[in-house]
Design a protein around this ligand. Structure first.
Ligand code: PBG
Length: 335
């Protein structure tokens, strides 16, 4: 076998030239991932010194407030700008109208205060939705047929968001997909002198089967009446509709918009960024985390490399940041 590499014709452009050395790969790199891109979702439960593993999310634990504060210090020291808080309450705190959601002394509200006292520089974001507090696991208040009522739910969400802002939340994040709730929450925050409370709208939130492990984590899976959230979350078949949703939420006063889930919806993130030019976040959800972890545990995928590649993909798709359960692990890799 003989090669004729010294004779032409030669390629006019050799794409591989810039790939040949680390220095030139660095020079032309279009996107970078840093710990400042992450929002770390965490689960909080009652008690002191309490930690519970979430079986379908290896490495994720529900923590009592005291332990959560330690984790917040770690996240902050790694350069992670914000945490997203999800309360897990016992069935005695759940009701048809979800009154516990706006209890000024509720678990989420106390957790916000504790986090802001301990690590004031760390942004604290709260989940505005009723599902941790409803007996039926839906995100809103239902009628006799099980249909989630939009406008009464919005009133409840306004109370919940105000109680979070009152407790010191920096960002309230409505994840419920009711119509008009961003505008109602924005008006209420302004009227209550929470002028600088940020709203991150779960604007394009799909009715996804990737949320399964999260519903295990917050204990809303078993009692989800109706079995799905199709009457308010988006149809995975749609993407024009995502632009409509995001534009509405921005017009109603959202500061940041979110696409959720993440990796299966990168096309949506890209379209939203290109069309609206607003701060766009994606949520790498529980099911995405679980399937990565499952492959890592079996040795089928390289943990470190795939973790970072999965997150860099969001930057390339135009996202300003990512909600990810890998935040701590990825931030450690990026130090
Ligand atoms: C509920 C809520 C969900 C998630 C965040 N907030 C689940 C749902 O809509 O049923 C999912 C997060 C994840 O899967 O990681 N308001």
């Amino acid at each position: 076998m003989s090669f004729s590499s010294q004779r032409g014709p030669f390629p006019a452009t050799r794409m591989r030239r810039l790939r040949a050395s680390e220095f030139s790969r660095q020079l032309v790199r279009e996107h970078t991932l840093t710990p400042a891109d992450f929002i770390y979702p965490v689960f909080v439960l009652e008690g002191t010194g309490q930690r519970e593993a979430v079986p379908s999310m290896p490495g994720v634990e529900r923590l009592s407030i005291d332990l959560l504060v330690q984790l917040a210090r770690e996240a902050h020291s790694l350069g992670i700008p914000a945490m997203a808080l999800f309360p897990v309450v016992g069935s005695e705190k759940k009701s048809l109208q979800a009154e516990e959601a706006w209890n000024a002394d509720g678990l989420a509200q106390r957790a916000v205060k504790a986090l802001k006292d301990a690590v004031p520089e760390l942004g604290v974001m709260t989940d505005v939705a009723l599902d941790p507090f409803t007996t039926h696991g839906q995100d809103g208040i239902i009628d006799d047929s099980g249909y989630v009522l939009n406008d009464v739910t919005t009133e409840a969400l306004v109370r919940q968001a105000l109680s979070h802002a009152e407790a010191g939340a920096d960002v309230v994040a409505p994840s419920d997909m009711m119509d008009g709730r961003i505008g109602a929450i924005r008006q209420a925050l302004e009227g209550d002198s929470h002028v600088n409370t940020l709203i991150m709208a779960y604007a394009a939130k799909y009715a996804s089967a990737y949320y399964g492990p999260f519903r295990d984590a917050v204990g809303s899976a078993g009692n989800l009446k109706g079995g799905n959230k199709f009457s308010y979350q988006m149809d995975p078949a749609n993407s024009d509709e995502a632009l409509h949703e995001c534009a509405l939420d921005l017009a109603e006063g959202a500061d940041m918009i979110m696409v959720k889930p993440g990796m299966p919806y990168l096309d949506v993130a890209r379209r939203v960024k290109d069309e609206l030019k607003a701060p766009v976040f994606a949520y790498q959800v529980s099911g995405e985390y679980a399937m990565h972890q499952a492959a890592f545990e079996r040795g089928w995928l390289d943990r470190d490399a795939v973790t970072l590649e999965s997150l860099l993909a969001f930057k390339r798709a135009g996202c300003d940041g990512i909600l990810t359960y890998f935040a701590i692990a990825a931030a450690q890799l990026l130090q």
